[in-house]
Ligand binder design. Structure first.
Ligand code: SER
Length: 882
């Protein structure tokens, strides 16, 4: 009997033999579809290959695709556990042709695989075709020899496959297996078709059209093939079972659940085991693909599935968290085909255990409340919506969990009442919401949040994604279409909104009709706001959009943010535990970190911190991110930000290993911080770390500015260039710069002294004893014309000559080559009867100048004509002579 793993391999190998590329399953979170919550069929990852937007280096492909149908349009959650063929997680086997082969090959391939490789008796098979598709019907007749009675024409959309309201589509043919008349049911298209006798096993879609939102159905550039076969169904058939849960793989999980709870896998708890087995698969694969439990979007779907399983585990009497203990069994079954499951095993176990531990704290009380409520209402009556809302709001019971619990008693929930209670709570929240106070248009974001829900952030795992434009805001008001400055809201985005010191992302948003350049990303009321300028065409509300974060900018921001965590720890280790973060900025070009520390750091402390951060970077270990309760995080020693408020769950980012002083590397984590930001995958991506400055930011708070990665290289290169330019100017090599500069400075000092000495000599008329003084009216007077000096040299020379005279007056005229300058000085003992101002004025006027001023002992003025210097001296003598 082939196992599910054998069947998967047989399928892929069959198509590989027939020229198909075996392509890996895409992640469960679609990267290329804004409207789809989870991948729900094999063709999702190839959507653009069918429409011709994308070409690959192969035209035939085959896959085993992970699919989740829970939340969104296709939601099988409610039925899981109670039916033979519903799953939240399943694998879809498919073969695809992108403009390569069409119907006449697709049908023979399918027939050959089913009847030869899988050895299914031909007379057990029948098919449906779209009612007008004679071509397909004829191929079936020719290839399979099926009589008309077993080629059923279906006129409805059941045989015209569409992936959604838009996208590639076409008529299809479905292959059914007849389980025989022991089981009730009629063939497809008959009144009894819902019975279990005829089971659809394979759908072959002949992709030939593209459906547009405006209703147009346009032929595709090339006809293509998309087929899908549920592995669990074909597995049940080939293993001679009627129920998917009886296949080897599902059975192994059910038995693991039974074993862990010491219960009978087929006894009273049968439904519980089936729910647990199915939900174990969907939750584990979702976590492996990056979804984390939360209260919104995909994370909330994950939480609903987890909690639904956890209630069933509780019903089985499990005393302790159960789900995480079953993960090894799942990894044994499926880790070979899906290595991502093995890689994420620890994360899956930890996430399941945390969720179950926390949910158990309220589960029991919630179930008591439920029993209590039920005892007060008539037998069989629906649970009032308010009670269901209380279970949701206070005890964390998703609505479908409550419905599931009631289903066992044949009861339902008043969902209208539940919705009303929810709406009332929202209205209250809205009334009390004051906004951040920063933006006058804050109310509009709250309105958008209420209309569309919070934005989903995809940017921990990807920098590109597709989203749908939900709202456009220009000048504080909602608009339908924008062509200039605008704020754009989409349902899901890889753009990080500014928070926790990390700047908002920049990048591009493109739609069919326009391109917007995003310059910043912010968040208000849970809505991510892309601050943008439409640079080409227009962007309209409702359009699908491609979002692309500026990769190199984000990479630089990531490196700076991760380096900030390392810096924080290095500072604590160098300066002491009093160091606490007081603010930070993680931009693309630098990082800034403010921390409490009373005094400036010494150069050796800075060098130590810088060296330690670089040493941890060189460990190049992976950066790990986990979700946990704030208490658990603190228990681990995570650095919590003082005064910050946290929800029930925090992201804990851990980096590097502690190379304990003398203890050797003990594998303990170097840095543990609560942080919602984006980080490098491995520390080596930071490259290097360089401190630029350390300064006071406020009293008791120091600030470090630093750079990383390429920024360090740029900075070092620029500094080398400065050094080399300086060395070249001196005709030296950089290593000799310091001694050469010292020698030059000494030489400069000596020259300055020499210049001063020469000036003095010049002023003294070239003689050491200086010019001779005249005696006028009992006053010793020296007058001199000096060349080679400027006006501003005169006061110094006047002082010197006054000192030499002891008592007397001095007049100096500087022959500057342009306008002459004049200065006069009178020694202190004479200022009562003779003013330097009067001397200088008389002299300046005699040379055609005007004005002049200063103090009685020292004054200056400007002349006009140096040729009149003798007249100036005579005028001064006349003043002294009285
Ligand atoms: N897309 C089709 C389906 O989901 C065939 O793969 O049924």
């Amino acid at each position: 009997m082939p196992s599910l793993n054998d069947i998967r391999s047989t399928f892929l190998e069959f198509f590989q033999r027939n020229g198909h590329r075996v392509v890996e399953s895409s992640p469960l979170v679609p990267r290329n579809d804004p409207t789809l919550m989870f991948a729900n069929s094999g063709m999702v990852q190839f959507k653009n290959c069918f429409t011709g937007v994308e070409t690959r280096d192969y035209t035939r492909a085959t896959t085993a695709q992970k699919c989740v149908r829970a939340g969104g349009k296709h939601n099988d959650l409610d039925n899981v556990g109670y039916t033979a063929r519903h799953h939240t997680f399943f694998e879809m086997l498919g073969n695809f042709s992108f403009g390569d082969y069409f119907k006449s090959d697709a049908i023979p391939y399918a027939w050959e695989l089913l009847t030869r490789d899988f050895d299914i008796p031909k007379d057990k098979l029948l098919v449906t075709v779209y009612h007008t598709d004679d071509e397909a019907a004829n191929i079936w007749k020719r290839v399979a020899g099926l009589p008309d009675s077993r080629i059923i024409r279906i006129p409805t959309d059941d045989n015209f496959w569409r992936m959604g309201p838009t996208g590639p589509c076409g008529p299809c043919t479905e292959i059914f297996f007849d389980h025989g008349d022991k089981i009730w049911g009629g063939p497809p298209g008959s009144a009894d078709q819902d019975g279990d006798r005829f089971i659809e096993i394979w759908n072959l879609v002949f992709m030939q059209n593209e459906q547009f939102a405006d209703g147009r159905l346009v032929p595709l550039p090339k006809q293509s093939i998309d087929t899908g076969m549920g592995l669990e169904r074909i597995g049940a058939l080939l293993q001679g079972k009627h129920d998917n849960y009886d296949t080897d793989l599902m059975r192994a999980l059910i038995e693991a659940s039974a074993h862990a709870t010491s219960t009978d896998p087929d006894g009273e708890g049968k439904t519980h085991h089936r729910v647990i087995a199915d939900h174990l698969r969907s939750t584990s694969f979702l976590i492996a693909d990056g979804v984390m439990p939360s209260n919104e979007g995909r994370g909330y779907v994950l939480r609903r599935i987890m909690r639904r399983a956890m209630r069933h585990a509780h019903q089985l009497g499990a005393q302790d968290p159960l789900m995480h203990r079953l993960v090894p069994a799942l990894v044994r079954q499926m880790g070979g085909a899906y290595p991502e499951l093995t890689r994420a095993q620890a994360l899956i176990e930890e996430t399941l255990q945390l969720e179950e531990t926390r949910f158990r704290q309220t589960l029991e009380r919630g179930l008591h409340l439920l029993a209590d409520e039920l005892s007060r209402i008539p037998e069989g009556a629906a649970l009032p919506g308010e009670a269901a809302f209380k279970l949701y709001d206070t005890y964390g019971f998703p609505l479908d969990l409550t419905q599931d619990a009631l289903r066992e008693q044949g009861r339902s929930v008043d969902t209208a009442g539940f919705d009303a209670a929810m709406a009332e709570q929202k209205a209250k929240a809205r009334a009390s919401w004051a906004g951040s106070g920063e933006t006058g248009d804050a109310k509009i974001w709250f309105q958008i949040a209420e209309d569309f829900g919070p934005s989903e952030f995809l940017g921990y795992d990807t920098e590109t994604a597709e989203g749908q434009v939900l709202a456009l805001v220009a000048d504080g008001a909602a608009v339908q279409t924008a062509g200039a400055r605008v704020q754009i809201v989409v349902n899901q985005t890889p753009f990080y909104a500014e928070s926790g010191g990390q700047v908002g992302d920049a990048g591009w948003i493109r739609t069919e009709t326009g391109v917007a350049q995003v310059t910043d990303t912010k968040k208000a009321a849970g809505v991510v706001i892309h601050v943008a300028e439409v640079t080409e065409g227009q962007i309209s509300q409702g359009q699908p959009a491609k979002l692309e974060v500026d990769h190199s900018r984000r990479a630089a921001i990531r490196a700076n943010h991760s380096a900030t965590h390392l810096l924080n720890e290095a500072l604590r280790r160098a300066l002491g535990d009093h160091v606490a973060q007081r603010g930070s900025l993680n931009a693309a070009d630098r990082l800034r970190f403010d921390f409490s520390h009373a005094k400036g750091m010494t150069p050796s402390e800075l060098a130590q911190v810088e060296a330690e951060v670089n040493a941890v970077i060189r460990q190049n270990s992976p950066v790990e991110t986990r979700l946990m309760t704030p208490d658990d995080a603190r228990g681990l020693g995570a650095q919590a930000l003082f005064g910050e408020k946290y929800g029930d769950e925090v992201r804990v980012v851990s980096m590097g290993a502690l190379a304990g002083s003398g203890k050797g590397s003990d594998g303990q984590t170097y840095s543990l911080e609560l942080c919602g930001g984006t980080h490098v995958a491995r520390l080596g991506e930071i490259g290097s770390f360089l401190i630029l400055s350390e300064s006071a930011s406020a009293s008791g708070i120091r600030r470090i500015e630093a750079i990383t990665g390429e920024g360090v290289l740029r900075d070092v290169r620029a500094n080398y260039a400065h050094l080399e330019a300086a060395a070249a100017a001196l005709g030296a090599v950089p290593a000799d710069l310091a001694p050469r500069i010292k020698a030059l400075m000494a030489e400069r000092k000596a020259l300055q002294n020499e210049v001063a000495q020469l000036r003095r000599e010049v002023a003294m008329g070239g003689r050491a004893e200086g010019p001779e003084a005249k005696d006028i009216n009992g006053v010793k007077f020296i007058a001199q014309v000096l060349s080679g000096v400027s006006g501003k040299d005169l006061p110094g020379l006047i002082d010197e000559m006054k000192a030499r005279l002891g008592s007397g007056a001095v007049l100096l005229i500087a022959d500057t080559g342009g306008k002459p300058a004049v200065a006069a000085g009178v020694t202190g003992d004479l200022v009562a009867r003779l003013s330097a101002v009067a001397l200088v004025k008389a002299a300046a006027e005699a040379m055609g100048g005007k004005g002049g001023g200063g103090r009685p002992d020292m004054a200056q003025a400007g002349g006009a004509d140096i040729a009149l210097a003798d007249a100036a001296i005579a005028a001064a003598e006349a003043v002294i002579g009285g």
